[in-house]
Ligand binder design. Structure first.
Ligand SMILES: Cc1ncc(COP(=O)(O)O)c(C=O)c1O
Length: 375
């Protein structure tokens, strides 16, 4: 028996993809972003569902090892690596048949060297700087990139991309529009040099949902696949037009039930003191599993469709909750950490707000070793 497990609702995932694709023209390539263990939802599981149901055209990951993992699990879809690929790993770009983002000329030179030796072609997507100041090259560097690419017959510039800095956290989209304008300028530089680039892309979830003009040739959609809104602002702006449903439930079982008397303390630091005689349940998850320690004394779980509050600090592998007012609680009863049970629901967003972060972080931090199960 798993100490805790994550259930992934495949139907909900597919419904989210359908709802998102309704915003996108049929000829636009849909790239599902499954980096960070599919935002904690399970890389191989989510990729397997999307491939089986022919729901996505491409899959985006952060690292080459994720692309290799997917190839080893039978994923044949085009894979796009969006993070940094160390020079020493570039040979695996060929063996895993992935395309990679580039923003260092050293990467292209090494790919050319390897491609020549192997008799293979590498497909790269150049990331350009439009205001995010993360990965990306500046406009004044483009002439030298064009020169370099002309001298590298084993490297094909398949894509040109950029990433929005401020599209979801605001309803003022002037910064995003300026980034789009700058991106258009880069596209012109390449077309003026007689280079046509098949894949132009900049849209993340917020852009996929809000701005058809950003879709270009490919959209890279992440958080919304999982039924989580990029932000409250995007949700408010969209209203009822796009419906998304969370696809993840995180569950555990009760490991012990005990009575404690008024005045007893619970857990490390004696940070919780019982104000009355109580019954508490011990649950076998803790911060190691990704249950944030910031939820100490404030988090809640759902048991038998009722909320139970955390007592004391979150431990490495355990938490304690107040079940005094919940009837018929028994050893190994199911407990919902994230998800719905009857009319009660704990969302990743609720947890995130309690600990001062975003739901992206709450779900991606659910420990990779915890089983992900399709339901
Ligand atoms: C380069 C890139 N593209 C697309 C995405 C997907 O963004 P979102 O999850 O907001 O859809 C990410 C995620 O951080 C990203 O880093």
């Amino acid at each position: 028996m798993n100490l805790s497990w994550v259930e992934i609702n495949a139907k909900a995932l597919l419904a989210n993809v359908r709802a998102l694709r309704e915003n996108v023209q049929k000829n636009v390539t849909f790239c599902s972003v499954l980096k960070a263990n599919a935002y904690g939802h399970g890389l191989e599981l989510c990729a397997g569902i999307l491939q089986r149901e022919k729901a996505t055209d491409w899959i985006g990951v952060n690292a080459l090892w994720e692309a290799e993992t997917l190839r080893n699990s039978g994923i044949t879809l085009p894979l796009y690596v969006m993070g940094y690929t160390p020079l020493s790993d570039l040979e695996k770009v060929f063996s895993s048949d992935a395309r990679v983002v580039v923003y260092n000329q050293e990467t292209v030179l090494r790919l050319e060297e390897l491609g020549k030796a192997l008799g293979k072609i590498a497909r790269v997507h150049l990331k350009v700087e439009t205001g995010n100041h993360r990965q990306g090259v500046y406009e004044h560097e483009i002439p030298s990139w064009i020169e370099l690419l002309k001298q590298c017959p084993h490297v094909i510039l398949e894509g040109l991309s950029t990433h929005f800095a401020n599209i979801e956290d605001t309803r003022d989209h002037s910064f995003a529009r300026e980034q789009m304008r700058r991106f258009g300028g880069y596209v012109l530089l390449f077309s003026d040099a007689g280079m046509s680039i098949p894949f132009l892309h900049c849209a993340n979830s917020a852009a996929t949902i809000l701005f058809p003009e950003t879709h270009r040739v490919l959209v890279r959609t992440g958080i919304a696949l999982y039924g989580l809104w990029p932000s409250d602002e995007v949700k408010r702006e969209v209203g009822e037009k796009t419906v998304l449903q969370p696809i993840l439930s995180w569950k555990t079982h009760i490991a012990q039930i005990k009575s404690i008397s008024k005045g007893s303390s619970v857990g490390y630091g004696c940070s919780y003191r019982a104000e009355k005689d109580m019954i508490i349940a011990i649950l076998p998850v803790g911060y190691y599993d990704g249950f944030d320690r910031g939820l100490s004394n404030t988090g809640e779980v759902v048991i038998h469709g009722k909320r139970a509050k955390l007592c004391g600090r979150v431990c490495m592998n355990m938490i304690m909750v107040d079940v005094t007012d919940i009837e018929n609680v028994r050893l190994e009863d199911e407990v919902v950490l994230i998800g719905r049970d009857g009319s009660e629901e704990i969302t990743a967003d609720e947890m995130a707000k309690k600990i001062g972060t975003i739901h992206y972080e709450v779900v991606t931090r659910i420990c990779e070793g915890i089983a992900r199960i399709e339901v």
